[in-house]
Ligand binder design. Structure first.
Ligand code: AMP
Length: 218
């Protein structure tokens, strides 16, 4: 049995065509079903639905053989736990966005940087943000949030946020502006190291099919 960990939303939706190219069709829709283990047309392949930030954990411990995780999630995981135990063989080029520093439109970020002011930054990417600002020589107080980072500068919790931005619509709707890129983000296939040895044939077949499908996208 091959177990693949996916998160609902963008990653699930964008992974479906890649699975189809490997001959795998998912039997349930996670948006309407409450099942956490989804079967597929292949009796030897199942999908588990986990929170995006939990994908590396399931794969690292071997509860899932493979998974699809955003590079934002992987960066944060690695900063905390190191990169051992998991291969990341393919950039799937899906769920693409950018991790950005954003501030309220009335906040002069450049002036704060120039003057060496200590700023407060709210984010769920605490370790990635710490490394980003340390590399710039900036002093920041980091505030960990688990969601809706965009709210923090609006109610005085923070001067800035570090969050992923796709269309920019959410920032705009909340009168925030992106002032700096931290890194580009896309989802990668991650593989448990032991599974690659023990289930070599099945895992390699999936990797090959995904690789071909990714290359076929212009
Ligand atoms: P947007 O308004 O299109 O810029 O989307 C921004 C919101 O969607 C933010 O709250 C992000 O946390 C979330 N988001 C956008 N792109 C992604 C992605 N590729 N992966 C995870 N979350 C995302």
């Amino acid at each position: 049995m091959l177990t693949l960990a996916l998160s609902k939303g963008r990653i699930f939706d964008d992974t479906l065509p890649l699975l189809a190219s490997a001959g795998i069709r998912v039997a349930d829709d996670p948006d309407t079903s409450r099942k956490l283990i989804l079967s597929t047309n292949r009796p030897d392949v199942r999908i588990i639905i986990v929170r995006a930030s939990d994908v590396p954990t399931y794969v690292l411990y071997g509860a899932a053989d493979v998974g699809v995780a955003g590079s934002d999630v992987l960066l944060e995981h690695d900063a905390r736990h190191g990169s051992a135990g998991m291969y990341r063989p393919i950039d799937l080029n899906i769920a693409r966005c950018r991790m950005m520093v954003a501030v309220h439109e009335g906040f002069d970020y450049e002036a704060a940087v120039r003057s060496g002011a200590r700023i407060r930054v709210a984010t769920k990417y605490v370790d990635t943000a710490r490394e980003h600002f340390a590399a710039k020589g900036m002093h920041v107080d980091l505030i960990k949030l688990y969601g809706s980072m965009e709210l923090a500068p609006l109610v005085g919790l923070a001067d800035a946020i570090v969050d992923v931005v796709s269309t920019g619509g959410t920032l705009k709707a909340n009168r925030l502006i992106a002032v700096e890129e931290v890194c580009p983000v896309s989802a990668r296939l991650v593989v448990n190291q032991a599974a690659l040895k023990v289930k070599r044939t099945e895992v390699q077949a999936l990797l090959d099919a995904f690789e071909l499908a990714v290359k076929a996208v212009p």
